[in-house]
Design a protein around this ligand. Structure first.
Ligand SMILES: Nc1ncnc2c1ncn2[C@@H]1O[C@H](COP(=O)(O)OP(=O)(O)O)[C@@H](O)[C@H]1O
Ligand SMILES: O=C(CO)[C@H](O)[C@H](O)COP(=O)(O)O
Length: 551
C-alpha cells in the first residue's frame, strides 16, 4: 500500500476474470494500483475441445481477491466496483441455479469457456446462412461466440439443460448480476458475442433462421432485453448479500461490465503520450492498437466510422470506447501456446529445476539462456532455420479458419535446453508475426495504425514485447501499471460512481504510459524475411490439405 499524506480519498475496485485466474485491484482516481490480489480458478477439459468452468467457483474467487485488496481500507472511501471477464457462456435455471453444460450432468460445470470449440457443426451451419448480422463479426462467425454454443446446447442437452434454462449470461454480465441482482446486459458482451446491434437491437430473423426462435418468442428475456453501456451504474448498486460476500459496503456503485480484452483496451488506449517520442502523439487515438495478451491475444483498433475488415471481428459500435467503432482481431491461443510448447518439450523438467534454483520464472530463465547462446548476433536471429505457424487452436484473425493447425519447420535430432529455448523464441516470434498479419489486414481495410499498446500477462515478458516491436516495426507502449486490465475494470467502477463524466474522461485520467519499447529497425530485413516464410507456411498448409483431399 502506498503511503503519504496526499492519499487520494476515492478508491475503486476492479475485478478481472481471466482464463486461468481472477485478479482484483484497489485503484485510486489517478489510476494507481494500491493493492493487488489473484487467485487461480478451476478449469475442466472433459474431452478434446470441450472447456468448462464453474460460475460458483469463479464468484468465490472474486470474493477472495476483493476481500484481500480492501483490507485495512476505510470502506466508505470505495466508490465503485467494475468487473471484466472472459466471454464465456454461463447457464442458469429459472431460479438462477447452475445447470450442467455437459453430458455427465455435472451442474457445477455450468460455464462453456470462450475457447471451447465443441460447436463446429453449429457454427458452420450459421455461417452457411450468410445472414446480414455476420457482416458485423468480420464476415464469418467464430465458434468461440455464443450463438453456436447455444445451438449446441439445444441440440445436445435438450432435457438436462436447454429446457430448464432460465438465463444465459456472458460471464462479465453474470458477475454484475451476482453483485446487484440486475439482469441487464452490457452492450459490450451482447454486441461482440451475441449479434446484438447498438443501433437496431436484436435481429429476429437471425435467431429464427438458425433454429433459436425460442429467444424471439419470449422477447429475449433469457439472453437479455435490457442493455446498458459499459460503465453505467446498475440498479441500487451492491446488494447486502454480495457486499457481505465481497467484504464491501452495500449500495456502492456497480458498473455494467466489459469483456476482459475490452477492459484492457480502456486501461491503455487513452493515455497521454506527450514526451515519449511517439509518433502517435500528433495523431488521433485511432492510430493506436491495444493488444491484450493473456491466454489469447486480442487486437483492439477503433475508428470514427465503421470499417469492415474480412476475418477481423466487428465493426462493433460503442463496444469499447463510447462513440467509436471497434474492430477486434485475435489469436485464440498465445500465452497458452507458449506454455504448451515449453511444457511439452523434453527439456522442460531440466528448465524447471534450473529456473527454480535461480528463483526465476521459466520465461525469465529462457530469456537469459537465449542471451547466452546468441553470442554476438541479435537474439531473434537464432531462428533463421526454425519457423512456427501458431494456429494450434485454429485461426481467429485474419483468416477466420478454425480448421487451421499449428506447424513447425526446422526440427533437429536434439532435445536439450538450447533446443527448447530456440523453439520458445520461434513461438514468440510466430505470435508477433501473427499480429503483423492482423495489422496488415486492418490497414488494408482502412485503419491507420502507428503504435501498439500492450497489456496482459505476456506483456510482462520483455522478449515478447521486443519481438512485437521488431516484427511490426512499431513502438510498443507499456503502461505504468502492469495490470492495465484491472485499471480498465476500475475505470468502469469510477464511471458508475459518477466521479467522472464519461469513460473518455476516466481513461484520460487513469491510464498512464510507463515504458516505450522501440523496434530495432536495423533488424527489419531479417523480420521481413521471417514474415515471408510465415505467409508461405499457411499457403503450404492449404496446399497439403488440397493434395490430401484430391480424389
Ligand atoms: N511473468 C511472466 N513472464 C512471462 N510470461 C508470463 C508471465 N506471467 C504470465 N505470463 C504469460 O501470460 C499468460 C497468462 O496471461 P494472463 O493475462 O494471466 O492470462 P488470462 O487473463 O488469460 O488468465 C501465460 O500463459 C504466460 O504464458
Ligand atoms: O475473446 C476474447 C475477447 O473478446 C478473449 O480472447 C477471451 O475473453 C479470453 O481472454 P484471455 O486470453 O485474456 O483469457
Amino acid at each position: 500500500m502506498s503511503g503519504g499524506e496526499q492519499k487520494p480519498e476515492r478508491y475503486y475496485v476492479g475485478v478481472d476474470v481471466g482464463t486461468g485466474s481472477v485478479r482484483a485491484a484497489l485503484v485510486d482516481q489517478s489510476g494507481v494500483l494500491l493493492a493487488f490480489a489473484d487467485q487461480p480458478i478451476k478449469k475442466w477439459e472433459p474431452q478434446f475441445n470441450h472447456h468448462e468452468q464453474s460460475s460458483e467457483d469463479i464468484w468465490a474467487a472474486c470474493c477472495v481477491v476483493t476481500k484481500k485488496v480492501v483490507q485495512g481500507i476505510d470502506l466508505n472511501q470505495i466508490r465503485g466496483l467494475g468487473f471484466d471477464a472472459t466471454c464465456s457462456l454461463v447457464v442458469l435455471d429459472k431460479q438462477f441455479h447452475p445447470l450442467p453444460v455437459n453430458h455427465e450432468e455435472d451442474s457445477h460445470r455450468n460455464v462453456i469457456m470462450w475457447l471451447d470449440h465443441r460447436a463446429v457443426s453449429q457454427v458452420n451451419r450459421i455461417n452457411e446462412t450468410k445472414h446480414s448480422v455476420l457482416q458485423y463479426v468480420g464476415g464469418v462467425m467464430s465458434v468461440e461466440m455464443q450463438a453456436p454454443k447455444l445451438l449446441w446446447l439445444k441440440e445436445n442437452l435438450r432435457e438436462t439443460c436447454w429446457d430448464k434454462a432460465g438465463h444465459f449470461f456472458d460471464l462479465p454480465d453474470f458477475l454484475s448480476w451476482k453483485a446487484t441482482g440486475v439482469t441487464a446486459r452490457s452492450l459490450c458482451s451482447l454486441v461482440c458475442k451475441w449479434t446484438y446491434s447498438a443501433e437496431r437491437g436484436w435481429d429476429d430473423s437471425f435467431w429464427k433462421m438458425i433454429g433459436l426462435e425460442d429467444f424471439v418468442a419470449d422477447n429475449y428475456s433469457k439472453i437479455g432485453n435490457q442493455v446498458l453501456p459499459p460503465g453505467a451504474s446498475l440498479g441500487n448498486g451492491l446488494t447486502p448479500e454480495a457486499a457481505r460476500d465481497l467484504g464491501l459496503l452495500p449500495g456502492i456503485a456497480v458498473a455494467a461490465s466489459l469483456i476482459d480484452a475490452h477492459a484492457g483496451g480502456l486501461g491503455v488506449i487513452g493515455a497521454d503520450v506527450k514526451g515519449h517520442g511517439l509518433v502517435c502523439e500528433g495523431q488521433p487515438v485511432t492510430s493506436r492498437l491495444a493488444v491484450i495478451c493473456g491466454t489469447s491475444s486480442c487486437h483492439m483498433g477503433i475508428s470514427k466510422d465503421p470499417i469492415f475488415v474480412p476475418g477481423v471481428w466487428g465493426p462493433y459500435f460503442s463496444a469499447m470506447v463510447p462513440g467509436f467503432w471497434l474492430n477486434e482481431g485475435g489469436q485464440s491461443v498465445t500465452g497458452k501456446l507458449i506454455d504448451h510448447m515449453v511444457e511439452g518439450h523434453a527439456a522442460f523438467p531440466e528448465l524447471q529445476v534450473k529456473a527454480t534454483a535461480r528463483c526465476q520464472s521459466v520465461y525469465a530463465y529462457l530469456n537469459s539462456h537465449l542471451d547466452l547462446i546468441k553470442k554476438a548476433q541479435p537474439v531473434g536471429f537464432l531462428t533463421v532455420d526454425l519457423h512456427v505457424w501458431p494456429d494450434f487452436h485454429g485461426n481467429r484473425s485474419p483468416l477466420a479458419d478454425l480448421t487451421l493447425k499449428g506447424m513447425v519447420t526446422g526440427l533437429k535430432l536434439s532435445q536439450d535446453l538450447d533446443d527448447l529455448a530456440i523453439l520458445y523464441l520461434a513461438t514468440v516470434q510466430a505470435i508477433a508475426l501473427g499480429t503483423r498479419f492482423i495489422i496488415e489486414a486492418m490497414e488494408a481495410a482502412g485503419h491507420s495504425i502507428s503504435t501498439l499498446f500492450l497489456c496482459g500477462g505476456l506483456s510482462k515478458n520483455p522478449l515478447f514485447v521486443q519481438m512485437h516491436a521488431d516484427v511490426t516495426g512499431m513502438p510498443v507502449v507499456l503502461s505504468q501499471e502492469v495490470e492495465s486490465v484491472l485499471v480498465g475494470a476500475a475505470i468502469l467502477g469510477a464511471c458508475a460512481s459518477g466521479d467522472f463524466a464519461s469513460v473518455q474522461e476516466a481513461m484520460a485520467k487513469m491510464s498512464k504510459v510507463g515504458k516505450v519499447v522501440f523496434p530495432r529497425l536495423q533488424d527489419k530485413k531479417y523480420y521481413d524475411k521471417k514474415y515471408q516464410v510465415f505467409l508461405k507456411l499457411v499457403e503450404h498448409q492449404k496446399e497439403y490439405l488440397a493434395i490430401m483431399n484430391d480424389n
